[in-house]
Design a protein around this ligand. Sequence first.
Ligand SMILES: [Zn+2]
Ligand SMILES: [Zn+2]
Length: 378
Amino acid sequence: MPVANDYYGILGVRRDAGAEEIKRAYRRLARELHPDVNPDPQLQERFKEVTQAYEVLSDPEKRQMYDLGADPYARAGAPGGFGAAGFPFSDLMDAFFGGGAAPRGPRSRARRGRNATIRVDLDLSECAFGTTRDLVVDTAVVCPTCSGEGTAPGTHAVTCDVCNGRGEVSQVTRSFIGQMMTSRPCPGCGGFGTVIRKPCPECDADGRVRTRRTIKVRIPAGVEDGTHIQLAGEGETGPGGGPPGDLFLEIVQRPHSIFERQGDDLHCTVTIPMVAAALGATLQVETLDGPAELDIRPGTQSGQAIPLYGQGTEHLNSSGRGDLIIHVTVETPTKLEPEQEELLRQLAKLRGKESPPGKFAPGQHGFFSRLRDAFNGR
Ligand SMILES: [Zn+2]
Ligand SMILES: [Zn+2]
C-alpha cells in the first residue's frame, strides 16, 4: 500500500519553506540524530527518515513531484531502500562530520591463493590404521617465466600515469556545505598504481600457471568419513606472486562388507545355530587385524552383543582403539530331520521335568553330544 511520507512534518518546516530553511532544519536534526552521536536504534530510524525527507525536499524537481503527490519513497521498505536514488549518502556524512575513508594507496597485485579440496577414498582399515598416499593435485603455481610478476621477460610494471601511482583518483563535488572530495580506485590501473604494458606471454599477467603435481601425504590413523585434513600452503598460489592457499583432504570411507563403523567402534553380526547357542561353541570371526576365535558361552541368546575390546579403529586424537562389538543372531531351524525332531522332543521333556530354565541337567552329556551331532550334520 503506497503511503506518502510527510516530509515537511519530518523536517519540521512549513510547506512553503525556502531552500535555506530546509537546509538549516536538516542540519540541526542530523547533528542531533547522527548514529555516531546517538546510537539508539530508534533514533537511527528517524535519522534515515530525516535524511530521506531532505533528499526529496532539497531537490527542486523531486520536491515539485512530491508536492504534486508523487513520493519516490512511498512504499515502506522498498527494494534498494534508503539512499538508493543516487544520493551519495556516505559522502555527505563524511563531509558533514569530518569522517571519510582513510587514504588507501595503491593495492598490491599479490593476493593469497584459493584453498583447494580434494577427496580421498579410503578403505576402513586405512582409516583405522592410517596410510600414505601419493595424490595428484591440479593447482596454480608461480609462473616460471615471470616469477609471479606477470610481465614479459626483461620488462616490469610501470607507474600509472592516470593516478601517478596512487591507485586512486579524487573528485571534487559541490554540495550545500561546500566542496567535498571523494576518491575512487583509479580506472587506468584498477587501483594497483602500476600498469603492465607487456604481459608475460606464459601466464597473461596473472603471475601463475596451472600445473599437475604429485604430493605424498600421510593420513593419520582414526580418520573417518567427512574428516578434513588441512595441508597448509599446499593450495593454489595467489595471483601476482601472492602466497598459496591451503589444501584440504576430504576423507571418504568406503563401506565395508562386514563391519559398520560407529565412532571408533565397529559392529558386525554373526549367525549361529540354535544348538551352538545353547551348548556353547568356538567360532572363527573376522576382525580388522585378521581372523580371531570367539567363544560363544552356553546359553547365549539371540540379540546378545559380545565385545572384543580394543579391536575397533584407532582413536584419531589419542592413543588406544575402539571396540569390536559382535551381535549374535541365533538361527532356529525351519526344517527338521526326523532324528533331530525326536531329540528336540526329548530335550523339551527333559527341560520340562528336570532342568531349571537356561541350565542343563548333569549326567546328560551323552544326550547333548547326540543332539549336537544331529544338528552339526556330523
Ligand atoms: Zn608469467
Ligand atoms: Zn592509476
